[in-house]
Design a binder for this molecule. Sequence first.
Ligand SMILES: Nc1ncnc2c1ncn2[C@@H]1O[C@H](COP(=O)(O)OP(=O)(O)O)[C@@H](O)[C@H]1O
Ligand SMILES: [Mg+2]
Length: 225
Amino acid sequence: MILELKGIYKNYQQGKMSVPVLKDVNFSMEEGEYVAIMGPSGSGKTTLMNIIGCLDKPTEGSFSLDGQDILTCSENDMSDLRLNKIGFVFQSFHLLPRQSALANVELPLNYAKVAKKERRERALKALERVGLADRVDFLPNQLSGGQMQRVAIARAIVNNPKLLLADEPTGALDSKSGAQVMELFQSLNDEGVTVLMITHDADIAAHAKRVVTIRDGELKEKEVK
Ligand SMILES: Nc1ncnc2c1ncn2[C@@H]1O[C@H](COP(=O)(O)OP(=O)(O)O)[C@@H](O)[C@H]1O
Ligand SMILES: [Mg+2]
């Protein structure tokens, strides 16, 4: 099991009120799976992704990632986990605007203190992997949305993460670029990358092998293909 959540609750504090957002979420993934979590806006998807991505802790419940109990982790442990085990893809790409595609992809390797030459080689390879070998020196604003998202995917995989986490990865893309991103996720999964994708879009969710739905903070397994 690459990850396991048991009895997860998340409340947000709104003034004096504690607002429940995740309610008794139980969810696990095996290594190599490709799963989509699908739910309408406001259902708690990003809140759940933030917990699975070790960006936030639940109010209650247990969560283990790659055999490690997350609830006992310090902030430092959490940031090490994010760096070494998880690749993130966001709806709005989150690229540094003044840095080239190559520099953006090298970024996680900088944090991981990889030497410059290896950094460059691995970042180039990741950009090749996403079909952007001819765009390495371009700035984000010289790229299309689909290309920016592929740079972000190269950045997400450059550290060979155990888990690729994507929150609405096609949400800002036209349908053709979205389809390219879905093809890329499929081929990465075929190569053994565990993929967890979060979306409100049933057509996008259908690309995953297992779809789980979330509604008002409650998770339900939907289908197994
Ligand atoms: N930091 C926060 N503080 C208070 N409420 C929040 C916070 N983040 C999210 N929420 C609330 O939690 C609910 C779920 O939000 P979110 O996880 O972003 O949903 P989704 O990603 O499915 O659209 C929403 O009602 C939202 O207003
Ligand atoms: Mg969201």
